[in-house]
Design a protein around this ligand. Sequence first.
Ligand code: NAP
Ligand code: GLV
Length: 312
Amino acid sequence: MPQGALLFDLPNFPHDTWTTHLRRFLPDLDVRASFDEATAKDIMYCVAWKPQPGMLRKLPNLKIVFSMGAGVDGIMADTTYPRHIPLARVVDDTLAQAMSEYVVFNTLYWHRRMNDFAALQRESKWRQLPAPRAPFVRVGILGFGVLGQAAARALSALNYQLLGWSATPKNVDGVRTFHGSGQLHAFLGETDILVCLLPLTPDTRGILNEKTFAALPNGACVINAARGGHLVEGDLIAAIDRGHLRGASLDVFNTEPLPATSPLWSHPKIVITSHSAAFTDPASFMRQVATTIQRIDQGLPPENLVDFTRGY
Ligand code: NAP
Ligand code: GLV
């Protein structure tokens, strides 16, 4: 039975449901929703998403932080994060499955011109709109990690041409891979549907911008399921309005919830979902948390750790 308490620092999540899942694996673990000066020393594990900057530094016996999602930008935003404390992120099949569904759906949506059909339907207009077969459509995935590669596997079942861009070289069957900023332009030049699945870091912030869009072929579409900070929203609207891009699917935004005043909401060529592409599955996540706590207890290294020098 592990020593110490786990701080569940997710104020807007159903504490009881998540804790119930954790108790299936660690029935006696002391789980708390808050701490004060006297009890800070009890906390050895923390589940977090966007912790108050400086909060984690107040926990003198902290052994590990668990990010509630795959992306850790909300935690890395705390510049006082105590970097000697490992940070684990969610890596699991349920998240990859959900993200693959989102990417396949939105790829088909733009490839098969569903937005054009929806516009015709609003005017009761019957018109047959051709679309190329999938083997003639090039889908480029920016960020070819756990989720990007899972999405590529799902898309390959439909025979799309696949391209992947990452920081380091990759060798994946059936995918033309590119890496580093030196190969970004070549990657974009051959991408008809651009899917962003990058982590948000200082290097990737604002990467979906005017220059990136200009490097895409005329008529390309953009799908951003990563973070709102990747996208320069005004540049996207401008590229669509001047007819260079056909449209975009956006799941994530600079400000969430997306303000009612945002022009993105009413744009006829932008499809919006509310940061819902892939939710962390509570049961699966709590199993990962429990397994990691048990590994630490047995003196084994934790898995799925963030590399602080890369920021993801
Ligand atoms: P991951 O496994 O860490 O993959 C990240 C990929 O991005 C890697 O291929 C990495 O390259 C590449 N990359 C990072 N920085 C780069 C740079 N500067 N230049 C080129 N490539 C770079 O992450 P993941 O698990 O796939 O998750 C990706 C992101 O999806 C998360 O960070 C999160 O923001 C987002 N997400 C969104 C939702 C949602 O519901 N919308 C749900 C889950 C996750 P290397 O492989 O060479 O390191
Ligand atoms: C969700 O956005 C995640 O990062 O898992």
